[in-house]
Design a protein around this ligand. Structure first.
Ligand code: UD1
Length: 419
């Protein structure tokens, strides 16, 4: 087991390069199931969720090679085992993304139900209802989803809620279904668009990308492609908040600023001086204490739930009061008690946290609980006076590549220590 030890108080300075997006890599890896040829994917991040995805695909009969240039050559064209086992699914909910591709290509799938997770119940009803509408027969027993079909057919899908992975699952399934599928109330997250771009390169016929209505005309086969995964807007946002909370000045390269408008808007409200270029963002806090920002999470293009915890850390030391309202997940405030242990003044009222900024936080021993909550604790530790230790670092390794190396490059005093 590893923990992070942080000595806070140093304003971050310098530049880093954002890794490829975790939430784009996972669906694109699973889309390899649809193709009759291998895919060559570049700009893939080295993360434990990516290793879990590769292990799951290998368990089903895929082969992959890590190329010298860092890209991954993946061949899932002939699966031999149409089961996603509990042991792997339980560690990564995105495993549900095997369902649409397996049903579309092999007409059969058995997938462990992902179950709840730390941030809420996170059901998969939207995925299952939509696939049933497309001609799948689905039974849930003994903790598994058993799905089969005589052949998926296009359908009109109206999602009651906006769901990223449900949209991705249905786009993939519809790409090989017979006829036309229309998805209304589709998620418009940049990671959904990245998957759509990759599928189109593979030969899929999809229109409406970047809008809430997607129209997919099924094709008979999809082929192999080379594709570069988009940058990780959440990783980039996390480093920018780290610079803002420490009063620092950094440049984050290899990003698409357009995909980060909501987060950039909030950073400007904190008092940060921001300059964007085509592929980079410069943030200069000029040593100032941040102004507080009110946040309400919502589907893209609004403020992302995956950046809520990081801004809570920033609001904790801001000059004034603020509210953060979480509308996507029902239990995404596990960082609140940990930040409070560092001296933050936070009050949970339903799905809103009222924060009265304090002058400074003090270092403490903390426990990471989920991916983004853990990131907020790192940011708080970087800004705090004294030493902070964060246990259960494996939560961070699911979504941040080389986290302590990147922070060290920015001048932070941070070490990974075995215990
Ligand atoms: C994805 C992201 C995650 C991000 C989230 C919201 C991946 C791998 N993960 O998660 O990082 O925090 O989007 O932007 O891309 N819901 C249902 N029924 C369903 C599906 C979802 O009720 O069948 C609900 C969920 O409980 C939640 C809301 O819809 O309240 C949105 O969830 P969803 O967009 O599906 O999140 P994920 O795709 O799991």
């Amino acid at each position: 087991m590893y923990k992070l030890v942080i000595n806070g108080g140093t304003p971050l300075k310098g530049s880093i390069k954002t890794s490829g997006s975790k939430n784009a890599t996972l669906p694109i890896f699973f889309s390899s199931i649809l193709a009759d040829e291998p895919l060559k994917l570049s700009n893939t991040p080295q993360l434990s969720d990516v290793s879990t995805t590769l292990r799951l695909l290998m368990d089903m009969g895929s082969n992959f090679v890590l190329e010298e240039d860092g890209s991954i050559f993946i061949d899932s064209s002939a699966l031999t085992n149409l089961t996603a086992e509990y042991s792997l699914v339980k560690t990564m909910r995105a495993s549900i993304l095997t369902l649409g591709p397996m049903l579309a290509k092999y007409k059969k799938a058995k997938i462990s139900l992902p179950g709840g997770c730390a941030i809420g119940t996170r059901p998969v009803n939207l995925h299952l209802d939509a696939l049933e509408k497309m001609g799948a027969t689905i039974e849930v027993k003994n903790g598994y989803i058993y799905a089969s079909t005589k052949g998926l057919v296009g359908a009109q899908i109206n999602f009651d809620l906006i769901s990223v992975t449900a949209t991705e699952n249905i786009v993939m399934a519809a790409s090989l279904a017979k006829g036309i599928t229309t998805i209304n109330n589709a998620a418009q997250e940049p990671e959904v668009t990245d998957l759509i771009r990759c599928l189109k390169k593979m030969g899929a016929k999809i229109s409406g990308e970047n809008t809430s209505t997607l129209v997919i005309e099924g094709v008979d086969i999809l082929s192999g492609v080379e594709y570069a995964i988009c940058p990780d807007r959440i990783e980039a946002g996390t480093y920018l908040v780290a610079a803002a909370i420490t009063g620092g000045k950094i440049t984050v390269n290899n990003i698409e600023p357009d995909a980060m408008r909501a987060v950039i808007g909030k950073l400007i409200e904190t008092g940060a001086d921001i300059q964007t270029n085509q592929n980079s963002i410069k943030l200069d806090m000029k040593g100032k204490r941040p102004y507080p920002v009110n946040i309400r999470t919502s589907a893209y293009p609004n403020f992302p739930t995956d950046m809520q915890a990081q801004f809570m850390a920033l609001n904790s030391i801001a000059e004034g009061s603020s509210t953060i309202t979480e509308t996507i997940f029902e239990n995404r405030f596990m960082h609140v008690p940990e930040l409070s242990r560092m001296g933050a003044n936070l009050k949970l009222e339903g799905n809103t946290v009222v924060c009265k900024g304090v002058k400074s936080l003090s270092g403490a021993n903390l426990m990471a609980t989920d991916l983004r909550a853990s990131a907020s604790l790192v940011l708080a530790g970087l800004a705090a006076q004294g030493s902070t230790t964060i246990e259960r670092v494996y939560h961070l390794d699911r979504g941040y590549e080389m986290i302590e190396e990147k922070f060290k490059m920015l001048g932070a005093d941070i070490e990974r220590v075995q215990h």
